[in-house]
Design a protein around this ligand. Structure first.
Ligand code: PMT
Length: 398
């Protein structure tokens, strides 16, 4: 659930207290959590508990009564990968089914583009009532998923069906749901990262300043979005662990190309962030070159262009994304690479931008597609850029 954005909607039932446990489980699994409460639910659990555990402000009304700031229901709906309304009372389910919109939680539900899940909680007679059954049927037809209530002791003292599913069950449902419902749907991305090293002799090489951070950030973002990742990286100190990550360490451009050749056919997307050395020594000395032998000449030859190989060997469905690291005539050079290498996107970064490109946590990029400039990002974390890049790539099919 790493990085998944779960919006919790809490309505006014005694089971609301269990949401504290649900948030803890989701946070432990590294999901991002935000909460919207109905006004009635704050009688059952304090907003302070929810904001402390979720590490986010909790919204109840359409605006913050103290600051006057608007709680934008559309922004919440756009933010969420999944809206989970738990506990969902008979009242809220009835309003959802009948288009009534008298609080922030309902306005958010009606603005959702992603999916909504409800975990009903009520007394057993309500749970069996024809009105509830009618409404839940309407919600199912509207595409809302229902986590059925469980049987057991109810707050009224009665025994029967109507208890909200336990937080562990809800968390399990969310994890399984997100696993299968993302756009990535198990697709693979092939990413190149880091520098390559081209040996001069057993102890010296030609290389550059790439740390691998940009490529690893894209790998992390892709994993969060549910892709399986083949990350082919030159020498880098970056660490990334994930069950869906296949990390392949290489040294030279030749090695990198060989690995790309092995993995490209199974990929839907290729993102080529590696700073591949364009040249390599024609010959690598078997032994360390000695100072006493004086200054020699190192003859260079061109390395294979890995990105060009991938774009020349792609099928119609595969998307190829290149990076352009420029020092001058940035836009012109990037657009030339986009065309010459037959790319779907090119991500331009310039060494002129302070704090960007090599080594640091941040970058400043402009993204071009076949139709021209798509997005120009201010200097920001490479990871944030990576997440937005994945969104843009996914939008290529739309
Ligand atoms: O690793 P970091 O420290 O985080 O730095 C990130 C970065 C600056 C390395 C990254 O953002 C970046 O710009 N990567 C591309 C660097 C580069 O080699 O640019 P280029 O303009 O020379 O190459 C154009 C494209 O062709 C790139 O996608 C490159 O991966 C690819 N290429 C280039 C040469 C070659 N022989 N094979 C290739 O695949």
């Amino acid at each position: 659930m790493y990085g998944k954005r779960i919006l919790l909607g809490i309505t006014g039932g005694i089971a609301a207290y269990k949401i504290a446990f649900l948030i803890r489980i989701l946070k432990k699994q590294e999901a991002e959590v935000k909460c919207i409460m109905t006004p009635a639910s704050s009688a059952f659990i304090s907003p302070l508990v929810l904001s402390t555990l979720s590490k986010n402000d909790v919204a109840i009304e359409f605006w913050n009564k103290e600051t006057g700031a608007w709680h934008n229901h559309v922004a919440y709906a756009e933010w969420a990968d999944l809206f989970v309304i738990a506990p969902a009372t008979m009242n809220t389910i009835g309003k959802m089914a009948n288009g009534l919109c008298d609080n922030l939680l309902l306005a958010t539900y009606f603005s959702m583009k992603g999916k909504t899940v409800v975990a009903p909680a009520m007394d057993l007679d309500m749970y069996k009532h024809p009105a509830f059954l009618r409404n839940i049927d309407v919600l199912s037809k509207d595409g809302v998923f229902v986590i059925p209530a469980e049987s057991g002791e109810l707050a009224s003292g009665l025994e029967g069906e109507g208890r909200m599913a336990e937080p562990e069950q809800i968390a399990k449902f969310i994890a399984e749901f997100l696993e299968t419902k993302t756009k990535s749907n198990g697709k693979r991305i092939c990413i190149t990262a880091g520098p390559t090293q081209e040996a001069i002799d057993p102890v010296r090489y030609i290389s550059n300043h790439s740390s691998g951070k940009m490529g690893f950030a894209i790998a992390k973002a892709a994993l969060i979005r549910g892709y399986k990742v083949d990350l082919i990286s030159g020498p880098s100190k970056e660490i990334l662990e994930h069950p869906h990550l296949n990390r392949i360490d290489v040294i030279s451009a030749e090695d990198m190309l060989n690995e790309v050749k092995k993995h490209w056919h199974q990929s839907s997307i290729g993102v080529f962030t590696a700073a591949v050395a364009d040249f390599k020594p024609q010959n690598t000395a078997k032994n360390k070159l000695k100072k006493r032998d004086g200054l020699g000449t190192i003859e260079l030859e061109q390395n294979p262009d890995i990105l060009k190989w991938a774009s020349s060997n792609k099928n119609k469905a595969q998307k190829v994304i290149g990076f352009a690291l420029e020092t001058n005539n940035e836009e012109e050079n990037a657009l030339l690479k986009l065309e010459q290498k037959n790319l779907d996107l090119i991500v331009l970064n310039s060494t002129k931008d302070e704090g960007a490109t090599f080594g640091g946590e941040q970058n400043k990029v402009t993204i071009f597609g076949k139709t021209g400039k798509l997005e120009a990002f201010e200097l920001q974390d490479k990871f944030k850029i990576a997440i937005q890049l994945i969104d843009i790539i996914e939008g290529l099919d739309a």
